[in-house]
Structures are given as structure tokens and as C-alpha cells.
Design a protein around this ligand. Structure first.
Ligand code: ZN
Length: 154
């Protein structure tokens, strides 16, 4: 990986950290989820408002390191207008991306590509996964009829 590419990834991550997306509060959310990454001290709260089967608005409130905040911001940016099944699929792709696995899906990842830069720092992978794990856990809890869910990254 060239130094230039590293720099580009870092710039994208820092831009999301400084100006995170999805900060507007949501009334009467359909999904509420909290997550923690004790290894780093990151904490996150996610609220989702659905419109039929698609995400209308998302609130991501993350108190943590630059990588966890940036990843949550990228999540907020990409999930709007998506169905919960599509979100689970994207979460799987993010996981594969972070673990350096082959991605067979043909999908535009946008800024999520920048998370590739985190691969080189294995202890930070949990930071990057926190928002995704938290949201997917909430989606699965909803499928089982629960409204709120608290999760911890393993
Ligand atoms: Zn972190």
C-alpha cells in the first residue's frame, strides 16, 4: 500500500470524525441500540426511523476514538434509504473489508473504502465494527420482537 493511499484513507476518516453525519435527533425511533467497545472505551447509541421497509433517518451518537466515530458517521451516510436486509449485507461487507477478505458483491462502498486503512491496526478493527455490530444486533433483536438492545463488540 502506498503512502499516498494511506494518507487518503486517513483524510477521509478524519473528515468524518470532525464532521460526523447523522447527528440530528429522531423522535419516536423504530430501532434504538447501544453498543460499547470496552477495549478502547468507545460508546455508541443508534436510533433509526423507518419509512415502510426502508430507513428514513438515522441518528448515530458515538463517544469514542476517531475510527469508531468515523465508522459510525459512514454508517449514517450509507444506510439512509436502505432496507434492513441491505444494511445487514453492507455490514457483512464492512466486516470482510476490515478482515482483508475477498468481497464478491458489486456494491459502491463510497467512503467505507477508507476503513481498509484500519486493517493494518488489528486492535482498532473493533472500533471500526462497533457501529455496524450495534445496528445489526438491533435489527436482529427487532426481528425477534424486541425494541432495544445493548451490545458489546466481541
Ligand atoms: Zn476505538
Amino acid at each position: 500500500m502506498s503512502g499516498k493511499l494511506d494518507e487518503m484513507y486517513r483524510d477521509i476518516i478524519m473528515e468524518h470524525y470532525r464532521f460526523p453525519r447523522g447527528t440530528k435527533n429522531i423522535r419516536n425511533p423504530d430501532l434504538v441500540s447501544e453498543g460499547q467497545n470496552p477495549a478502547c472505551g468507545d460508546e455508541i447509541e443508534i436510533k433509526v426511523k423507518m419509512n415502510h421497509d426502508k430507513v428514513q433517518n438515522v441518528l448515530v451518537h458515538c463517544a469514542g476514538c476517531a475510527i469508531s466515530v468515523a465508522s459510525g458517521s459512514m454508517l449514517a451516510e450509507i444506510v439512509e434509504g436502505k432496507s434492513l436486509d441491505e444494511i445487514k449485507k453492507i455490514a457483512g461487507i464492512v466486516r470482510a473489508l476490515l478482515k482483508g477478505e475477498e468481497i464478491s458483491e458489486d456494491i459502491d462502498l463510497g467512503d467505507l473504502e477508507a476503513l481498509k486503512g484500519v486493517r493494518k491496526f488489528p486492535v482498532r478493527i473493533k472500533c471500526a465494527l462497533l457501529s455496524w455490530t450495534t445496528l445489526v444486533d438491533a435489527i436482529e433483536a427487532r426481528e425477534h420482537g424486541q425494541i432495544t438492545k445493548t451490545s458489546t463488540t466481541e
